[in-house]
Design a protein around this ligand. Structure first.
Ligand code: NDP
Length: 342
């Protein structure tokens, strides 16, 4: 059963592809250029599986044609989407690549009779209400029934100099992309699962040229422990205080696509704050203490912010959530290894 993974150069997609490869599925990945395919081929985690790994170039999500990519594929894992906070246009930087990219990919999948299941990497961004800070939502328990209430009109009305604009646009892009996926699935022969994790941490296994060019969520953790000592001496505020381990996220993609049902899954390993991250790093790695801010040591977010009920993925997919401490440890181990490599 051939699996297509879009945006295979990315942090989450690398783990998703690896999960299928480990379970015996050949994987075809989309990349933006032939050169990128060569880089991905050299990724250490893919070395045992090179014979099962192939690539198709889809230059851009907005203008790209996925018809060649989906040919003879049984499962499509659509993960590619912009996740950064540097955009200045709702339409160009967020909405179009997320929504049109999903439409282009899923419409091509709908035309290919071999495609039985599509799994879309959605996000908690598509679920939560980000018009209020997490600290004003203490007691709120999010489930798969919730949707981010933001409207297109609100997105259009946000000025790019609003410090919240990029993060609200990103969250909205994930909501509208997921809605698009469900609309297309309704008129297609494939089944659809959507995976909705909050901030994804865990070991970055994809190619990383520089620790300044990490994907957004890994960069948020590395930013607390930079080697050159330039991390803030204050512990920064935590905008999205819930996390998922990338290995559980990948497992949810794989297992939901094998189940082949129309389902939406929250995947969440727990709450966190930047304070709990620095505390956990300091406890495990005393040698790193000079890189870290002190903050209010021991302060926990419990009871002070919203939570996610992610038990459906445990019950239906058999996920066993990796602990916060193990997730931080494995993430930091990988950062320390990358520091030696780059
Ligand atoms: P990365 O930036 O590591 O990966 C994004 C991938 O999408 C890359 O392969 C990138 O290609 C590709 N991509 C982005 N924009 C375009 C475009 N316009 N045309 C073609 N390809 C494009 O991010 P993550 O791995 O973190 O994110 C992957 C998915 O997971 C996204 O859908 C994101 O919304 C979702 N997600 C991530 C979370 C997290 O905390 N990391 C949390 C919840 C959901 P290239 O490398 O060439 O730029």
């Amino acid at each position: 059963q051939l699996v297509l993974v879009t945006g295979i150069s990315g942090f989450v997609a690398t783990h998703v592809a690896l999960e299928y490869l480990k379970n015996g599925h050949p994987v075809r990945g989309t990349v933006r250029s032939k050169e990128k395919a060569e880089v991905v081929k050299k990724t250490p985690c893919f070395q045992p599986y090179l014979e099962q790994l192939s690539f198709v170039v889809v230059e851009d999500l907005v203008t790209g044609d996925f018809s060649e990519a989906v040919k003879d594929v049984s499962i499509v894992a659509h993960t590619a989407s912009p996740f950064h906070m540097s955009g200045s246009s709702w339409e160009k930087d967020y909405r179009d690549p997320a929504v049109r990219g999903t439409r282009n990919c899923l419409e091509a999948a709908a035309k290919e009779s071999s495609v039985k299941h599509v799994v879309v990497t959605s996000s908690f961004a598509s679920v939560g209400d980000f018009s209020k800070p997490a600290t004003e939502q203490a007691g709120k328990v999010y489930t798969e029934k919730d949707w981010n209430p933001i409207t297109e009109k609100e997105c259009e009305g946000l000025k790019s100099d609003n410090p919240m604009a990029a993060s609200l646009w990103y969250c909205a892009s994930k909501k509208f992309a997921e809605k698009t996926a469900w609309e297309i699935a309704e008129q297609s022969n494939f089944t659809l699962s959507t995976i909705c994790p909050p901030m994804v941490f865990g070991p970055p296994l994809h190619n990383v040229d520089s620790l300044d060019a990490l994907n957004t969520s890994s960069g948020a953790v590395y930013g607390l422990m930079k080697k050159d000592g330039s991390s803030s001496k204050e512990v920064p505020e935590t905008a999205f205080p819930a996390f998922a381990d990338v290995r559980n996220v990948a497992e949810a993609h794989f297992k939901s696509s094998i189940e082949g049902k129309n389902e939406r899954y929250l995947v969440c390993n727990g709450t966190f704050t930047n304070q709990t991250i620095v505390d956990s790093i300091r406890d495990r790695y005393p040698d790193l203490k000079d890189r870290l801010a002190e903050g209010n040591r021991g302060e926990k977010p419990d009871g002070k912010v919203f939570t996610l009920d992610a038990s459906k993925a445990e019950k239906e997919l058999g996920l066993r959530y990796i602990s916060f401490e193990d997730c931080v440890k494995d993430t930091v181990d990988r950062f320390l290894a990358i520091e030696k490599e780059v």
